[in-house]
Every structure is written in structure tokens, then in C-alpha cells.
Ligand binder design. Structure first.
Ligand SMILES: Cc1cc2nc3c(=O)[nH]c(=O)nc-3n(C[C@H](O)[C@H](O)[C@H](O)COP(=O)(O)O)c2cc1C
Length: 246
């Protein structure tokens, strides 16, 4: 491990912590970590996530209950609910494009390309008809030239924004570790009940919730294992040489 690299250190030393002390997270620190998560990359820079930061003690208890009574949700001072918005392309994308152009991050041509691509990506049309046409068009075009898959159903659009939101989730946990906080990611929760509790619109999707805080001194139950790079990594081909042999 590159011991001098603070980012690599935060990634390698992050553990899922399930026993938190009640110590509050300073607001500025919490904001810094959430802002870092908001810097995660996303396809077309769509940023289809929202963060609901649950701090209220009573709400945390109720949230813990819908999260299968996982105690860390009640005990950690903060649990962030990551919400994926399958309508971000309609509701907030134009603002991103305008900001991007105003700040010189994208030019007029890229703005048009992104707008067109995102419309193509997310529109499924009445009764999913446009989605069906997209599916057929992709299959036909693949005979002639490389063509990326496009979401053909609303469920596939949801899957797309959930996967982008998970990048924000990973970034959040690494930023938290770098800032001296521990985290616990969870997908063990009742999504419809959670939405009702926090007044999250039904059209949104929740891929993960993450408790944040400081660990209990007594907690030494965070050991974890990984398969080696040799099990996971090959050069050039899926079954190619192992990195170590180069
Ligand atoms: C998407 C996701 C969902 C998870 N859900 C839960 C959960 O509901 N409850 C829990 O205690 N841990 C949960 N975990 C934590 C994993 O068990 C943990 O990441 C894994 O055992 C590896 O340990 P480490 O994170 O300490 O390296 C989840 C992790 C991820 C990434």
C-alpha cells in the first residue's frame, strides 16, 4: 500500500462499523463529506442523487425499525439515505447544462450532445413504446457498428440512476473515512416504509443508506477479508496473465 497516499489509505482502511458512539459529527465536517460525495462522477454528469440526512433521535429510531431493527441506525448520530431520481433528466439536468456552459466546463456542442443523449437514454414513451423501438434499434445497429445498450423500460432507467447513485455512496464512505469518520452501508431496509417515513416521493428509488459517526472504543469486530488481486485481475483477456507474473 502506498502509505503516503491519504486517499488510498482511506479506501484500504475503511471498514463497515456497526457500533457507534453517540458523539455528534460537527456540522462543517458533515457538510464537507456530503459535498465530497456530491462530486462523484456520473454518466453525462447527470448527478441523479439526493441525500436525506437523518439526525433527529426519534426519526433515527423509526428509521432503524424500517431498516430491519439494525441498531447502528439508531445509535449513529447520522444516517444518510441515498435517493436515486429517475426523473433527474427532466427536473434538474437543464440546470446542470446551463451551469456547465456558464462556467466553461462544457461548450455549446457538448451541451447539445449531452441533452440529446440523455433524452434518448431516458425516454421510454407511452406504454413503453419508444423503449421497445430503442431496444430493436440497438439490436439492429449492433449488426453494423458498436452500439451501447440503452434503457428500454422505466425499470432499466431506475437501475441506471441507482448505479450512478452508488458511486456517490462509495465516494461518501471514502470521504468519511478520510475525515476521521466511520460508516455502515446498508441495503437491508423496507423501501416503501422508508419512503413513507421520510416523505420521499414514490417515484424515487433508494439503493442504500449509510450510517456515519465515530466508533465505540470497545468495537473490535470490524475485521474484513478480500480475495487477492490474483483472484480478481487479469491482463488483456478475462483469463489472461496475472499481474504479478508481468
Ligand atoms: C450495498 C451494500 C449493502 C450492505 N448492507 C448491509 C446491511 O444491510 N447491514 C449490514 O450490517 N451491513 C451491510 N453491508 C456491509 C457489508 O456486509 C460489508 O461491506 C462487507 O462485509 C465487507 O466488509 P467491509 O465493508 O468492512 O470491508 C452492506 C454493504 C454494501 C456495499
Amino acid at each position: 500500500m502506498s502509505k503516503d497516499n491519504a486517499v488510498i489509505k482511506a479506501i484500504v482502511e475503511r471498514r463497515t462499523v456497526r457500533k457507534f458512539s453517540s458523539k455528534e459529527i460537527p456540522t462543517d465536517l458533515l457538510k464537507e463529506v456530503l459535498d465530497a460525495a456530491n462530486h462523484a462522477p456520473s454518466g453525462f454528469n447527470l448527478q441523479p442523487w439526493h441525500f436525506v440526512v437523518v439526525k433527529d433521535v426519534n426519526l433515527r429510531k423509526l428509521l432503524s425499525h424500517v431498516a430491519m431493527d439494525q441498531i447502528q441506525v439508531a445509535e449513529a448520530p447520522v444516517t444518510v439515505v441515498l435517493v436515486a431520481d429517475p426523473f433527474a433528466w427532466k427536473t434538474s439536468y437543464e440546470k446542470i447544462l446551463i451551469l456547465g456552459e456558464a462556467q466553461g466546463a462544457i461548450n455549446e456542442n457538448r451541451k447539445k450532445l449531452y441533452r440529446r443523449s440523455v433524452n434518448l437514454l431516458f425516454q421510454v414513451g407511452p406504454f413503453g413504446l419508444y423503449g421497445l423501438i430503442k431496444k430493436i434499434a440497438v439490436a439492429v445497429r449492433r449488426f453494423y457498428r458498436p452500439t451501447p445498450g440503452l434503457p428500454a423500460t422505466f425499470e432499466q432507467c431506475v437501475h441506471y440512476v441507482r448505479s450512478q447513485t452508488m458511486l456517490a455512496a462509495a465516494t461518501l464512505m471514502i470521504a468519511a473515512k478520510g475525515a476521521g469518520l466511520e460508516s455502515c452501508p446498508m441495503e437491508g431496509f423496507d423501501e416503501p416504509r422508508l419512503k413513507k417515513l421520510l416523505k420521499i416521493p414514490r417515484r424515487m428509488s433508494i439503493p442504500v443508506i449509510i450510517s456515519l459517526g465515530y466508533p465505540l472504543e470497545a468495537d473490535n469486530s470490524t475485521a474484513t477479508v478480500r480475495l487477492s488481486l490474483d483472484d480478481k485481475c487479469n491482463v488483456d483477456l478475462f483469463d489472461g496473465e496475472k499481474l504479478g507474473k508481468l
